[in-house]
Write a protein that binds this ligand. Sequence first.
Ligand code: HEC
Ligand code: HEC
Length: 489
Amino acid sequence: MKGGVWVRRGCAAGWGLGRVTLAIAVATATASLGGLPGPAPLADDEDDVVEVVEASRGLAPGVLEQLAGAFDEEELRRALRFSPLPPPPPDPTNAVGDDPRAARLGQRLFFDTALSGNGEVSCATCHQAELGFGDGRPLSRGLDDVARHAPTLWNVAYQRWFFWDGRRDTLWSQALVPIEHPKEMGGDRVATVHHLAGDPRLAAAYEELFGALPDTRALPAHGRPVPDDDDHPHGFLRPDDAEVPEHGHDDHPHQLGWDQLDAEQRLAVDQVFANVGKALAAYQRRLVSRRAPFDVFVEGLRTGDAARLAALDAPAQRGLRIFLNSHCHLCHSGPAFSDFEFHDARFPPLDPTAPDDLGRWGGVPDLVGNPFRGDGPFSDAPGLPESAKAGYLLDGAGLPDHDSRYQFKTPGLRNVATSPPYGHQGSLPDLAAVITHYSTLSDAPPLKGHVERFFVPAGLVPEERADLRAFLESLTDTDIDAEWLAPPR
Ligand code: HEC
Ligand code: HEC
């Protein structure tokens, strides 16, 4: 932010996006997102600049009266805590996280099906912009069906933990999982190095950022360390009943390739692989949504500007009140509408006869044992306390917290209307179903884990449910420079 204004589209300062493209971006972005509702237009929209409304500014005098008693003062003060969303927090473990060149390389890789084992699957297969960066399916499908729902990537840069079960602690180490997962992309890290080295454009972009690629002539075509639970669905392992699959991956062709490498070659391959993750993270850090009609409304609360207060219609305002007075805001807290923590919100399983998904309980050991951790050798800031968050997760006996069973990460709610279905298995088809779930808990599975004491049925009547939905829909701002939504030319 500078000079008392902030650039609205293409967004945060330092991203190096020229303002010249902005006006065009508005039209094309909306078109390519299939006509999803954009934010309410503002009077000064043409300039693409709006007055800064400082987050520190409190309620404007008289705003309570302007809203004609729809809220009390405490409710409005609470509403201020949800907006504006600041720029994404820096990621010290990724030195290129905010480097525009890395974002471009990451963008190319995001749409690149050559990273997959069969040459047909890319990140964008399951994270499609027009489907809210999800895939619209309950359970995701790559080379095979996977056991969880693809979450949105909007505002993923604000998260602390990644995956529904938090089994990665950085955005860059997350990206390495789907590339090698046999049911997602089925690729491998040695083939990834060959792909970069074999494509002059990718190689040049890579080497400009990270230095020379290793000599690939000495490498086998494929190779990765194949874990014991390779094609077992994540989080379904039960650490207590020792239902660990037999070893049987020693003769996997990827393992045989990996076995051919010496320690130095493995390190070089892992370094390239980590850098691929860092470029993919730099791209995903651009997928930010910060100025939905709700944010315009909060600007109205701080300025008293009647036009901005009108950004939320009466049902959405009533829905906001419900949100602020029920338990929703205790977990979906702060401007990203997430506490970035894990809870059992008692979402129903997609298939009640399938084995339980233990969520966070399975994610913790997977994270702790992972070499690409934020405090590991491939991190750019292994010594910083914020990189070492994974180290605090196990109790004295080396086990995850017992209460973490059945817990899943609190998703952010910005743009939530654009990415049905919902929950870790996509078992709730639309927002109405989610709200009915919270209202009654009549679809909740039998209680097996730890549930917070405040987590009781919200008891909303049908009119209130419709209002709450209108509020959730007012969190939509899919306005993003269209050039990020396809592979770079
Ligand atoms: C086969 C479909 C599929 C592909 C391909 C895929 N993903 Fe995902 N993605 C998922 C699913 C499913 C999850 C949730 C899995 C879980 O939590 O266990 C997920 C989770 C994520 C998350 C975590 C988001 C959060 O809030 O925690 C990120 C980030 C992500 N994917 C990025 C990527 C990137 C980058 C690629 C390409 C390298 C990719 N995905 C490829 C399906 C896919
Ligand atoms: C105890 C913490 C908690 C409370 C209270 C809570 N949520 Fe959630 N919410 C979560 C968690 C955790 C999930 C993911 C659940 C899962 O996947 O099993 C979630 C998922 C959601 C989703 C689906 C998002 C997606 O991308 O799949 C929506 C929408 C939602 N909550 C809205 C609400 C509303 C509205 C309320 C209040 C009526 C509420 N939540 C109360 C923690 C909470």
